[in-house]
Structure formats: C-alpha cells, structure tokens
Design a binder for this molecule. Sequence first.
Ligand code: FAS
Ligand code: PHB
Length: 390
Amino acid sequence: MKRTQVVIIGAGPAGLLLGNLLDKHNIDNVIVERQSADYVLARIRAGILEQTTVDMMHEVGAAQRLVEEGIKHHGVNIAFDKKMESIPLGASTGGKVVTAYGQTEVTKDLYDLRLSHQSAIFYEASDVMPHDFDSDSPSVSFTYHGQAYQISCDIIVGCDGYHGVSRACVPEKAIQTYEKIYPFGWLGLLSDTPPVAHEVVYGNDARGFALCSMRSLTRSRYYIQCDLTDHVDQWSDDAFWDELRRRLPVELAEAMVTGPSLEKSIAPLRSFVAEPIRFGRLLLAGDAAHVVPPTGAKGLNLAFSDIHYLMKALSAYFADGDDSALTDYSQAALARVWKTERFSWYLTNLTHRFNDDPFEQKMKEAELAYITSSEAGRISLAENYVGLPL
Ligand code: FAS
Ligand code: PHB
C-alpha cells in the first residue's frame, strides 16, 4: 500500500471508531497500531457510556451487543458522611441515561466491525512517524513485519493516546498544553461478584475516594484512591476489600460481596489539554489531545465526542476541499472538552482526599450535602454526568 486518504495512528476506541465511520463514508483509510490486537483488546479501562457515545455505536453499526448487554443507569449515587444520596439523571435532562458497558467491549465491537469491512489495520507496527503534515503531501512511515512502509495521504489523525507519537512531533511553538497531575492514583479491582449497588456509587470519605461500578450483573469494578507511591503488589485482595468497605456507608459495606480479583491495577490521574488540536494536515483526537481524571467517567466519552466533530470536518474536507472545516474541528471539539475537563476536575476535587485537613473534609461534605439536596445542584450534576450536548 502506497497511498490512502486518511492514516489513523492508534487502534484504541477513538481510532477504531473513526476508521469504521470513514469506511461507512467511503473515505479510504488505514489504522497503524504499535501494540498487538490481543494487547489492545485486553485493556480494562472505562465503564460508563454517555448517550451520545451509545448513539455513535448505533450510527457506525456496532451496537448489537451493547443493546443486549449494556445496563442503563437512570441515576448515580453520591456517598458521603456515612450516607448515600441518589441523583436522578433523566428527570432534569429530558430522559437521558448513561449505560454501563466496558470500554473493553466497545473496543472489541469496533474491532470486529472493522474486520468485517476488511479494511487495513497494521498491528505491532514500530517506529511510527508522521511526516510533512504542514504540507499538501503528508505521510506516515512505520515498520511492519520487518518491512519499511511509507504511506502518503491527505490527512493524518493522531488517535495514539497521551503517550503517543502524534502530539510529540508537533513543534513546541505550535502547541500550548495545560496539565494538572493529581497527588494520588486509582487502584482498580475487577471481580466476578454481583455489584453492591445497581448504579454507580461515588464515595467521599476522610480516608479517601471509593467508587463502585460494574461490567454486568455478575461482574463488578471497584476503585479506591491510593498513594502514588503504592505498588499494586502491596495490595492483597483482602486489604483492598477491607479499605473499600471502610470508605463506604455501613449498609453498602455490609452488603458488599467480595471475591478474588480478576484484574488489579493502579492508574495515575491527570487533567490535560492541548491547544489547538489541528496542525495543518495532522489532527489529534481522544487522549492524544486531552486527558481527564476518570472521576467523571468522561475519558472514553470525550474521545467519541472528538470523533463526532472530526467526522463533520473530514466529510466537508473530502467533499469539497473545505480546509476551514479542519480548523472548525479544533475549536468545536475543544469547546466541549474544556467544559468536560471542568466537571471531571470539580468532581475529583470534591470526592478525593488531598490532605488531612479536617476543615477541608468538612467543606467537601457540606458541598456534597448542598448539591445533593438542592434542585439546582442535582440538575447541574445530572446534566454534566449524562454528558453535555454535542
Ligand atoms: P487510547 O490510549 O485508548 O488508545 C491509543 C492507542 O494508540 C493505543 O492502542 C496505543 O497502543 C496506540 N499507540 C500509542 N502510541 C502509538 C504509536 N507511536 N504508534 C501507533 N500506535 C500507538 N476513562 C474513563 O472514562 N473511565 C475510566 O475508568 C478510565 N480508566 C483509565 C485507566 C487507564 C490506565 C488509562 C490509561 C485511561 C483510563 N481512562 C478511563 C481513559 C480511557 O478510557 C481513555 O479516555 C480512552 O482509552 C481514550 O481512547 P483513545 O483516545 O482511543 O486512546
Ligand atoms: C468504571 O466502571 O470503570 C468507571 C465508572 C465510573 C467512573 C470511572 C470508571 O467515573
């Protein structure tokens, strides 16, 4: 292969969604991924989908399993000061819900659809590098099965995540980045146990944050805030379960069904945005462009949001060479990114322990008591959690 219209770098959810949508619009494209398919498909990450994300899975034709296995949540729970408040989602958002369906499954559904299109994905590609994206003849080079490739194209899309090569090859003077690194991580555990609650629980406790989520009615996903110096090997399953229960209201702790971990890992938390996210013929999408702390369940959903705006721009560009559509992409996508960054940052600050100051903890409990009891507070929480309009 020597030439295509779009080269996508990265076969995570953003790259696979984009590739499948371009297939649907008969825009030639290839995906170049540095890891193996098994590695990408085994990653365990997000678990809550906004309605716009579900709608895009339907639009691209990959929603069948999501319809059968996804669990609709009509509310979200906030636990604090030894009690739990449920926030209805649909009442104040025109009936919107969120759906519990793991990113692992989303990625598999998009991967299977891509294979059915028989479109190119180069897995285990090395030395991937974008070239000449500030000219009319960009290209991407890489090594695949020991052979050197150089694919010419019209557009390069960096869907290669926070640590990818795309953003790294943009000249420093052409990009501004904004970053906040949080002084803690999330220790996550996956278990074949029934979820302790039928909707997600975000827990604030003086000991630290806790989260109760799920992948199905028999598979649970839990997280506890941990120190950045922690290593996953120092957390036995029993230690995890004990600490999780200590951070939750008694009725949840007593109802918790524990079991052996299927997976246990620690993820760092950061807020990050790059501006702009279009550089000539190179466009960034998903975690390559921005990262949110997972507290608001927004990372995966923001990646899909970018692809929504990107498809509008690429359709206009390939239909009539409308170069301004590429600039519009950066502005439109980032407008929603920043509002979502704010919500994720806000909810992280409100629910996590940053220090041992008892006054600060009392302020968090007072704010949680206010937003969960005030109509305005509940509506604000709900409309951000279901996802702001595209
Ligand atoms: P991804 O990072 O998923 O995919 C990028 C792809 O590019 C990867 O497959 C990578 O191998 C590939 N790549 C990288 N460099 C490359 C190169 N040089 N050449 C070719 N390919 C390259 N979000 C939530 O909402 N909730 C969560 O609980 C949550 N937990 C997370 C835990 C972790 C450890 C991480 C890292 C993220 C988590 N996220 C969570 C956010 C996550 O879901 C992302 O938002 C989502 O994966 C974004 O998708 P992509 O933009 O496709 O990036
Ligand atoms: C998850 O189910 O993995 C999950 C749910 C909500 C979040 C983050 C992760 O905010």
